[in-house]
Design a protein around this ligand. Structure first.
Ligand code: ADP
Length: 220
């Protein structure tokens, strides 16, 4: 089960700043959830705590029935789409997508079939598999980063708005890709944005935040 439950989650940074205040939430398996609110209201902090990149001050995070608090980020069955994509420019597209699978020590044939028959078709990047990252365009890089995340079959995909901070057109394309990942692959998606336009896509649950607290939850 890829539901996520947050129970009385709090984050106080070492300088005393309280970024997330006593947050309790339940996200169903397969939901597309958007955290929406002004810059600085704690959206990314929540995502980073779920992903394990940020310590939790107090509270619990569950994936299904499993308590995630003390589980290493790489063992959480989550994928995170990072701001700078974290792609290796000297490697080609194939090797970048295969990276996460190789780290899991999967057999070569399985890696090959997952990369070749899997998400690159979904992401329409078949014809650039041999190209080095440094020669492909931004749109393609974003798709490679998403492809690399989903090829590992995560239960949940975490996407921060910084991942799509380019132009409007790119953001729209990325939203479409993420919607497909959610609908066609059934992966639960948690997306963070401060753009109201991105909270109007059908099928989302929009969680509005202010000063580290949830102020509204609605299904679009
Ligand atoms: P959002 O994603 O909504 O823009 P963040 O979760 O990134 O907000 O940050 C929430 C608040 O926590 C902000 O006011 C930010 O300045 C503060 N913050 C983030 N990281 C730290 C840190 N390491 N130390 C102190 N304050 C931080």
């Amino acid at each position: 089960m890829a539901s996520i439950t947050l129970e009385n989650l709090n984050k106080t940074y070492p300088n005393g700043f309280v970024s997330v205040k006593n947050l309790s939430l339940h996200i169903e398996d397969g939901e597309f959830v958007t955290f929406f609110g002004p810059s600085g209201c704690g959206k990314s902090t929540i995502l980073r705590m779920i992903g394990g990149m940020e310590d939790i001050t107090s509270g619990e995070i569950y994936l299904g029935k499993d308590l995630l608090n003390d589980i290493l980020p790489r063992d959480r069955s989550l994928a995170m789409a990072f701001q700078n994509y974290q792609l290796y420019s000297h490697l080609n597209v194939y090797d970048n997508i295969a990276l996460g699978l190789r780290l899991r020590n999967l057999p070569r044939q399985i890696i090959d079939s997952r990369v070749k028959n899997g998400q690159h078709i979904f992401f329409n990047i078949t014809d650039i598999l041999e190209k080095k990252i440094r020669v492909i365009n931004e749109a393609q890089k974003q798709r490679v980063a998403l492809g690399r995340a989903v090829v590992c079959k995560p239960k949940v995909l975490l996407v921060d708005e910084d991942f799509a901070r380019q132009n409007e057109h790119r953001r729209k394309e990325m939203m479409r890709d993420i919607r497909r990942i959610n609908k066609e692959l059934g992966i639960t998606v948690l997306y963070v944005t401060n753009k109201r336009g991105e909270t109007e896509i059908a099928g989302q649950k929009v969680i509005s935040m202010r000063d580290g607290e949830v102020v509204d939850i609605k299904k679009i």
